[in-house]
Design a protein around this ligand. Structure first.
Ligand code: AHR
Length: 503
């Protein structure tokens, strides 16, 4: 049968926060070194930033950039990463078993973000694994205080006259995870996060703070962790974080294509937990969500590759370099739909990560940079998914998946640009083999014409972009999609990501 839904100008979810299109640069593998930063590369600017990568990041439409980790942040010594480069120490990074040269540091990162354009802003994580309140305050003073103190003076002496103006801060990273250096119980972390937040707000009441939620929904402490942490920090922070990675397990592609079911339930469960704690505290305040790590990640391959302890401490090794297929891009598209469908509460999100490390952009040292398959859905949603999310209630044929039971074959959302009135529908057909006819009824939207329907799909769902064939997989136009008398009609190809633009 047909899949269908109704769009009505009066039924909206909420406004998309531009921070939904964030990403993440961690000192991990080649994300920084030979990723965003490679002095001596033919495309590098005077600061060593790769301009070919900068161009692709701009095209990707990335807004907020989280830094410097990730697991790396729990051993981070920010003062190692500032000042004259030749004086910066080489250090062991226990999180990723690598040597950190510190040739790229805080100042270089801020310069990178400034080069991305007016919408880009940094999101900085403080180390609550091996450090704490005092160090967070020192970093905040170095970064944001205009001048006249030792640390702000040091920044100026290092050549950064202007404060960095960092507004958004993460209070540690994945502090519930046994793999985290300095992992904590919920109560320990909640207390530390609360005291750090209180102190940071004394320096600047306007800072926006993210407390660590669970590392994923399957953590044994999920739910209880959020509730305990929020009891401590509720009035002191703005967001709680969520992280989730998905991969195809044992060839079960139908379940993989339904990954957004897990992401949506995760979001709804965290919203419920936040609101439950708020109710118990009789607080008038609302905590929003920062989904500050999400992606497809073949984590099982990573764990296999690193199962044996290594004697080496390499610089910028090739780690987590997943090469994404058409199927992975369709899943990334469906995760973007899940985020948009909860845009009222998910106000920050970061695709983890940006370059080389589980990333939409790949590079070779001394060589080219190119777009992975997953680049395309992100770029399209960042470009066209701005404005009011319309409330979409899908009615569609369903199929049974091993991981999530009955799942509708259609996943969809729509966003209306309030300035132009343009409406964009984002839709995924989860059916690997069958086309899906779609019928959308439009009320009060004033759109009359299909500008474009593009699809990302391929006869080979394993197709990938490579250095030698960087544009093997790109969205292509679809003919035959019509809009007449308030009804949009189309057919979605099997296993496909679709963008339909209406004006
Ligand atoms: O993004 C890769 C890693 O995944 C991050 O360092 C960590 O926070 C998460 O476990």
């Amino acid at each position: 049968g047909n899949a269908r839904f109704t769009l009505d100008a009066d039924f909206t979810v909420g406004e998309v926060d531009p921070r939904l299109f964030g990403s993440f640069v961690e000192h991990l593998g080649r994300c920084v070194y030979s990723g965003v930063f490679e002095p001596g590369h033919p495309a590098a600017d005077g600061a060593g930033l790769r301009t070919d990568v900068l161009e692709l990041v701009r095209e990707l439409g990335v807004t907020t950039v989280r830094y410097p980790g990730g697991n790396f942040v729990s051993g981070y010594r920010w003062e190692d990463s500032v000042g004259p480069v030749e004086e910066r120490p080489r250090r062991l990074d226990p999180a990723w078993h690598s040597t950190e040269t510190n040739r790229f540091g805080l100042s270089e990162f801020i310069a990178f973000v400034r080069r991305l354009g007016p919408e880009a802003e940094p999101m900085l994580a403080v180390n609550l694994g091996t450090r704490g309140v005092a160090d967070a305050l020192r970093l905040q003073e170095y970064a944001n205080h205009p001048g006249g103190t030792e640390l702000s003076g040091l920044r100026r002496a290092h050549g950064d006259e202007e404060p960095f103006g960092i507004r958004l801060w993460c209070l540690g990273n994945e502090m519930d995870g046994s793999w985290q250096i300095g992992a904590k119980t919920a109560r320990e972390y909640g207390r530390l996060a609360a005291e750090t937040a209180r102190a940071m707000r004394r320096l600047d009441p306007a800072v926006q703070l993210v407390a660590c939620g669970s590392s994923h929904q399957a953590m044994p402490t999920f739910g209880a962790w959020e509730a305990t942490v929020l009891e401590e920090v509720y009035e002191l922070v703005d967001y709680v974080s969520l992280h989730a990675y998905y991969e195809e397990v044992d060839g079960d592609r139908d379940s993989f294509l339904a990954s957004a079911v897990d992401m949506e339930s995760f979001i709804e469960n965290v919203v419920a937990t936040c609101d439950h704690v708020g109710a118990r505290l009789k607080s008038g305040k609302r905590i929003d969500l920062s989904f500050d790590e999400w992606n497809v990640w073949y984590m099982s391959r990573f764990h296999e590759a690193t199962a044996e302890p290594s004697a080496e401490w390499p610089e910028a090794p090739r780690l987590l370099e997943d090469h994404y297929s058409v199927t992975d891009a369709v899943v990334v598209g469906s995760l973007l739909i899940a985020l948009l469908r909860h845009a009222d509460r998910v106000r920050v999100a970061c695709l983890a990560q940006l370059v080389n490390v589980i990333a939409p952009i790949m590079t070779e040292p001394g060589g080219p940079a190119w777009r992975q398959t997953t680049f395309h859905p992100f770029a399209q949603v960042s470009r066209y998914g701005r404005g009011q999310v319309l409330d979409v209630r899908v009615r569609a044929p369903a199929h049974r998946t091993a991981a999530y039971g009955e799942v509708p074959l259609l996943q969809a959302t729509a966003v209306r640009d309030p300035d132009t009135g343009a409406v964009t529908v984002f839709a995924v057909n989860r059916d690997q083999h069958g086309s899906l006819p779609l019928d959308v009824t439009l009320h009060g939207l004033g759109v009359t014409r299909v500008v474009e329907h593009t699809v990302l799909a391929d006869a080979d769902p394993e197709a990938r972009n490579t250095r030698d064939a960087p544009d093997r997989v790109t969205p292509r136009p679809v003919a035959g999609t019509t809009l007449a008398e308030g009804r949009l009609r189309t057919v979605l190809e099997p296993l496909s990501w679709n963008v339909v633009r209406l004006v």
